[in-house]
Design a protein around this ligand. Structure first.
Ligand code: BG6
Length: 464
């Protein structure tokens, strides 16, 4: 195999609400994730004393991070994608002063990463926001959220300016269209107009965060984060091909705004036809002109589009539903496995934006078995990742600028869509089950040693 560049950022990606636990510790406020104990598609519930959610403890990364970071270092990680829980810094979201205990926690975590020369890549908002902002202000539907987010972003830029040089604004910003509560703090049955207005506010907040980052940490780079929802036409019927273009635009639109600095024409037409009139001020237009330095995205699967209603059988995904591709196999969770799609996507994004790309999520959610001798044989995960990384190498050969690859969930964590831990992504097994039982002990899986070799050899051990 051709080697990856020496400066390629190999690593893994986690999110605060899926690993930390400690949901009420050190002054942390209630987040949108805390009130969805069954995950993104579960109900929003009022938390009452004594009730339980798997996420309350998660994998207890809040307390166990030194052990976990040491394991990441043992694998040779050069980069760890983490997120900051907004509610640790501004518990209700509208305070004027940050919570020092929350800031101090991330200082400790970042210092631990620095000890091992693991570069942090920090997402400002990964599927959570303060419930205070939802209850009091109506979430991102309210323009004031832009200011609250500014305060939060500026606070963490100032605080960690010497420790963090790679940032991301909103995780999978395009998924608000499918999960509005998680994305923008709006009820699931909100009108399209309300959702797009909230999205607009979030896009402005993202652009202002990019500006603030450039001002406060001039040597940092800040990117956006898209759910790479690659779609193919199910047939070569021109109607299917055009419908696919439109479907891809429904998520690429976010990238267009964040990379090109304005709402694209096809979206303005869509809004007109839907009779949606957005409040977009002159100031907003100016703000949007500040574009990201690089593009990051998640990639798990691809899907198909058809205009034929009879064929419109939807496949399952965590957020998107898509038509089954007859040429692809599925994971245990029904996600269609398509390594070549990753090469296609990398080329497509590079052709469109000519900005460096960072794969910040990819991996296989599967059921693993902890053997009596403490081993876990997860050859299926190795196969999945091998095949995807081979396609990344191909894209590099194609001339695409790929900065790095952080696999999703290098340590088992709580899944986002259904809040289960039995869907495991890790190279490191965590002893906990969906009922919350287990010691939380960590075990190295077969894939742990394999990924360690991938990093050590710069991909030379991959099998084409
Ligand atoms: C992405 C999210 O959508 O997919 C992660 O950014 C999430 O937070 C990942 O965990 C995998 O989805 P799931 O539902 O299997 O956890």
């Amino acid at each position: 195999m051709k080697r990856f560049p020496d400066n390629f950022l190999w690593g893994g990606a986690i999110a605060a609400n899926q690993v930390e636990g400690a949901w009420q510790e050190d002054g942390k406020g209630l987040s949108t994730s805390d009130v969805q104990p069954q995950g993104i598609f579960g109900p929003v519930i009022e938390r009452v004393p004594g009730d339980r959610s798997l996420k309350d403890i998660a994998i207890d990364f809040y307390h166990r991070y030194p052990e976990d970071v040491a394991l990441f270092a043992e694998m040779g990680f050069r980069c760890l994608r983490i997120s900051i829980a907004w509610t640790r810094i501004f518990p209700q979201g509208d305070e004027t002063q940050p919570n020092e205990a929350g800031l101090a926690y991330y200082d400790r975590l970042l210092d631990e990463l620095a000890r091992y020369n693991i570069q942090p890549l920090v997402t400002l908002s990964h599927y959570e926001m303060p419930m205070g902002l939802v209850k009091k202000y109506g979430g991102w539907g309210n323009r004031q959220l832009i200011d609250f987010f500014q305060r939060y972003a500026r606070t963490v830029f100032q605080r960690y300016q010497h420790k963090v040089k790679l940032w991301l604004t909103f995780n999978e910003i395009n998924m608000s269209l499918h999960a509005p509560f998680t994305g923008v703090g709006l009820p699931g049955d909100s009108s399209k107009g309300a959702i797009y207005q909230a999205i607009h506010h979030q896009l402005v907040a993202s652009a202002l965060a990019v500006k603030a980052c450039h001002e406060i940490i001039p040597d940092a780079k800040i990117g956006n984060m898209l759910l790479g929802g690659l779609m193919y036409p199910l047939s070569c019927k021109p109607e299917d091909v055009f419908a696919t273009l439109q479907e891809n635009r429904s998520w690429l639109f976010f990238g267009d705004v964040q990379c090109r600095g304005a709402w694209p024409g096809y979206m303005l037409r869509f809004l007109r036809e839907q009779q949606i009139e957005l409040d977009i001020t002159e100031e907003d237009r100016l703000a949007l002109r500040e574009t990201v330095d690089f593009i990051s995205f998640s990639y798990y699967m691809s899907g198909c589009v058809t205009t034929d209603e009879a064929l419109n059988q939807k496949a399952r995904g965590n957020i998107l539903s898509m038509v089954q591709n007859p040429h692809l196999a599925c994971s245990e969770w029904g996600w269609q496995i398509d390594p070549i799609g990753l090469r296609t996507l990398l080329n497509m994004l590079w052709d469109r934006y000519q900005k460096p790309l960072f794969i910040v999520e990819n991996g296989l959610g599967a059921k693993d078995k902890l053997e009596a001798d403490g081993t876990i044989q997860d050859s299926y995960r190795i196969d999945y990742m091998n095949d995807h990384l081979v396609q990344v190498a191909e894209a590099l050969e194609d001339g695409v600028n790929v900065m790095g690859y952080t696999s999703w969930g290098p340590i088992d964590l709580i899944s986002a869509s259904k809040a289960e831990i039995s869907k495991r992504y890790g190279f490191i097994y965590v002893d906990r089950n969906d009922q919350g039982e287990g010691t939380l002990a960590r075990y190295r899986k077969q894939s742990f040693w394999w990924y360690q070799q991938v990093i050590a050899t710069g991909g030379a051990n991959l099998k084409p």
